[in-house]
Write a protein that binds this ligand. Sequence first.
Ligand code: ADP
Ligand code: MG
Length: 317
Amino acid sequence: MDAPVSLLAIDKLYQALDLHPFQQPWWKNALRWLKQHQEWAWALLLFVIVLNAYHFWLEFRFSKSKKALEQTLLRLKEKSELLEHSQRVAIVGELGSSLAHEINQPLTAIRNYSEGGLLRLAKRRPHEDIVPVLENIQQQVERADAIVRRLRALIKKRSIEKRPSHVEALIDDTVELMRFRLQKQNIAVIRSLEGTAVEVNVDGVGIQQALVNLLNNALDACELQRGESGANYLGKILIKTEYSAESLVVRVLDNGTGLKHDNPTEAFASTKQEGLGLGLAICIDVMELHGGEFAIHSVLPHGCMATLTIPYHATQH
Ligand SMILES: Nc1ncnc2c1ncn2[C@@H]1O[C@H](COP(=O)(O)OP(=O)(O)O)[C@@H](O)[C@H]1O
Ligand SMILES: [Mg+2]
């Protein structure tokens, strides 16, 4: 005879298998629970709605700030283009009298030579006598042309172009551009070189712009110092290049007044009546483009040293 199976055991088995005839499907249970706890259900629904609304509100805010950010970026870009433009124009101002003189010189020479040539023609001198005059004129035309070309390269709108360059030659070229002012103020430029000069990957025009600014600042400071020290003062500017293993350091040292401004590198900071205050800002800009650094400080007994550090392998482009 079979042992009687307890009803309870069967019941338990049904339950374990989820097949109990009296067992309600889960959703019915849930519905019942909801009916019993309506306030909770409403609260839950409200919570979900609020959460969704919050999400959409955040998204809306996000897209709005994104648009605002994009617009700010655009404005910033316009401003930086404007600044770049004013910097380029500032360079023309910086070169000012030097430039007029540089261009006038060959023009005056051309006038003299052509007058001389005409005189020789009037005297019916042989052609052999006229040829050297014409050659001289040709030379002066080339000189004027070179000046204009250099200036155009310095101020034209350009994309930054870095290429391997001889910085020594760039410096020579810049000193040449400033020659008139240097001579007028009777300031000696001394060059010195440490290490072995190698080609460095630079934006030549940018480096020249920085140098023009530094030389002009040094000249301004020397002029002021002459006013303080008197006629015996001998203004000097030392341009030192140091080629080390990782970088080229260019120093411009003058024996002028030294810094009279706490934050001279800020854009538009100037102690000069007609000063734009952009020169040092340009230097910082140019150095940033090279992944380098710009620094300026006073030296004893009086004077100033500006330092451009240009790494051979820029970290920034
Ligand atoms: N070599 C220097 N000697 C003394 N002061 C300097 C020198 N270079 C710059 N400065 C100071 O830094 C200021 C800012 O220079 P810069 O940006 O070139 O503008 P700006 O020459 O138009 O005034 C100058 O007005 C001057 O006070
Ligand atoms: Mg300046």
